[in-house]
Structures are given as structure tokens and as C-alpha cells.
Design a protein. Structure first.
Length: 223
């Protein structure tokens, strides 16, 4: 059973999410501030975190960074901050998705299902080792040598590109495959995640040799 940690200081939102998530078979833990969230996550090891950015004791981005120090658990940010700077900061810190308040419960549940599918998506057991610059990538084991830690969404994006070497993969295709069919225009997600992958895997992220952008069209993996 999937265990979800809901972090929000608004009791009515926490109550609504707890009721709706439990009704759909999820186990639910809750926390009202960042310190409690980090404590609960460390002791109960959730499978997914739904996190508000505006917490009373610390910024949500700090909580994301704290979690990313030891886990790749998917994180969906839930916040009333609609500005692009807040979204970019959350994604840069390691969030996997961003839902703006006020939100529909059905939309949030769809995002949760999409992230859960990405995490559960099995890699091809017969996948060969792939070289990317100085790194050796084992898609079957989700391992990179020398060791680099990727989030589930980063893995999904990288895997889809690597499985189509040399091919232009369109923005629409990547959004559909990685985030789901309801995502058609969120090209900012792709930009942020490609930037993160380049920072982790390219020798010179500003002049990538392997994870290439085809302006206005999509992305390409060059072995």
C-alpha cells in the first residue's frame, strides 16, 4: 500500500486530503511544519510527499533539499504561490511536480497516480549499459557509475531519451511519456529537468555534448 506524507499547516486541507486519500486506499501521515515533516519522513519512509511551500518554520524548498539529502521519494508541491520563480525554486530543489492552490482533488489525485506510475515503471531487464561521457548508466538497475543520485522523474526522462539514441524526441512525446497525457503545454518542466540532468551528467552543462536541445522541437540524446 502506498504511504503518503501530507505536509501543510492548513487543517482543513490536511483533513480533506486525508479523507480523500484514505478513501482510495492510501496510507496517510501528516505534518504541519517542516521540522515535523523531516522527522516523520525519516521514521515512516513515505512513498510520496505532498508538500506545501508556505510552512510556519521553514521554506518548503528547504524541506525538499533536506529530503533530497537522503531519499529520492517523489515530491509533489502544493502551494498558493503561483509565481514562476517559486515553481523553479521548488523544481530545482528536487520536487517532481507542482500543483497550485486552489486545486481540485481529482487533479491532485491524477498527479499522484502519474508520479506513482513513473516510480513503479520497470526498466527493461535486458537493457545494455550506456555510456554518457564519463558515466556508465545501467537502466535495469537505475545505477550510475561514478555514483550520481537522480530523482524518479529525472530517471524517467533520462531513460526515455537514452532508449532513442540520436532521435529527436519531441516535447509533446516527453511530456506524455514522463508526466502523463494530461500534460501538453508544461514545457517549463522539461527545461528545468533537462537543466538538472545536465548539471549532474555533463562536463560543461552550458555546452552539453550528450543531452541536446533542439530549439522549439524537443531533445536528443547523443551517445
Amino acid at each position: 500500500m502506498t504511504r503518503i506524507l501530507v505536509v501543510d499547516d492548513e487543517p482543513q486541507i490536511v483533513r480533506a486530503l486525508r479523507i480523500n486519500l484514505k478513501a482510495r486506499g492510501y496510507e496517510v501521515d501528516t505534518a504541519r511544519d517542516g521540522a515535523s515533516a523531516l522527522h516523520v519522513a525519516a521514521h515512516h519512509h513515505p512513498d510520496l510527499v505532498v508538500l506545501d511551500l508556505g510552512l510556519p518554520d521553514m521554506e518548503g524548498a528547504e524541506v525538499i533539499s533536506g529530503l533530497r539529502g537522503w531519499t529520492t521519494v517523489p515530491i509533489i508541491v502544493l502551494s498558493g504561490r503561483a509565481g514562476s520563480a517559486d515553481k523553479v525554486a521548488a523544481l530545482d530543489a528536487g520536487a517532481d511536480d507542482y500543483v497550485t492552490k486552489p486545486f481540485g482533488v481529482d487533479e491532485l489525485l491524477a498527479r499522484i497516480r502519474a508520479v506513482t506510475r513513473r516510480v513503479a515503471h520497470p526498466a527493461d531487464a535486458a537493457a545494455p549499459l550506456v555510456s554518457l561521457g564519463a558515466f556508465e548508466i545501467n537502466l535495469a538497475e537505475h545505477a550510475i557509475t561514478p555514483d550520481v543520485r537522480l530523482t524518479p522523474t529525472e530517471w524517467q526522462l533520462l531513460e526515455h531519451l537514452i532508449r532513442h539514441p540520436g532521435k529527436l524526441v519531441t516535447q509533446r512525446e516527453l511530456l506524455h511519456e514522463v508526466w502523463g497525457p494530461q500534460y501538453q503545454t508544461e514545457t517549463n518542466y522539461l527545461r528545468q529537468y533537462m537543466a538538472r540532468l545536465r548539471r549532474k551528467l555533463e562536463d560543461d552543462p552550458a555546452r552539453p555534448r550528450h543531452l541536446l536541445t533542439e530549439p522549439g522541437m524537443g531533445y536528443r540524446f547523443r551517445p
